[in-house]
Design a protein around this ligand. Sequence first.
Ligand code: AMP
Length: 242
Amino acid sequence: MTNTSASHPTALAGTDFLPGPVLLLGAPGVGKGTQAQLLVTQYGIPQISTGDLLRDNIARGTELGLKAKEIMSSGHLVDDGIVNQMVLHRLQEKDTHCGYILDGYPRTLDQARFLDHTISDPAFLPRLSVVAVSIVVAYDQLLRRITGRRICSVCKSIYNVYSNPPDTEGVCDLDGASLVQRSDDTEAVFAQRMKTFEEQTAPVIAHYRNLGRFAEANGDQNVEAVNTAVEEALVKLRQAAR
Ligand code: AMP
């Protein structure tokens, strides 16, 4: 990774730069998860993925997981109330005190309002408003990414059979565990998820754009270049939103 360069955005902002609460927005498959993992490593703040929290509930067979399972496999959104409570709970954990990266949340205007209201309470650290970065990629490109995506069943590393295949088909390079495909990573479910994204998440983008806390990053580049674009956006947004 090229992050030690003196011209790197974080270097320009100062070595103690922390992005605070961050929203990573974008259509399914734009690379939110990959970029969130990089930010976790760079800043030492946690990633909070509502999709992962829901899948964890499904895997554990909780009541919440049972409710969410069918909705998720159809490509629709889980109820705002369920997701908001899950996030509220997660934001009370201490590891969020220096900031966090919300991945896949908020996805509706009601969720965005709930989040803004929740973290405006001084009990929630860090006492900073959220800044939002939307990663943008064209539809056809996303379709290949989604239907080609495979995930390590153990370490959760992400591969793509077209653009980033493992050394051995179906096997994780890092730990040798089997790679799995998410049940909602099919073409039919992708089309529904895109429709849901356009209908429900576009207002979230408009909300943060209107608040002046929104930027776009070109997601149609290699992972490191997207990372640099996201970081540049974060530095600028945080300087403006202080
Ligand atoms: P993701 O892993 O973020 O692509 O999410 C997978 C699925 O989980 C989505 O298609 C939704 O069904 C559900 N989901 C994840 N996050 C949310 C959210 N913030 N609001 C409602 N449903 C969600």
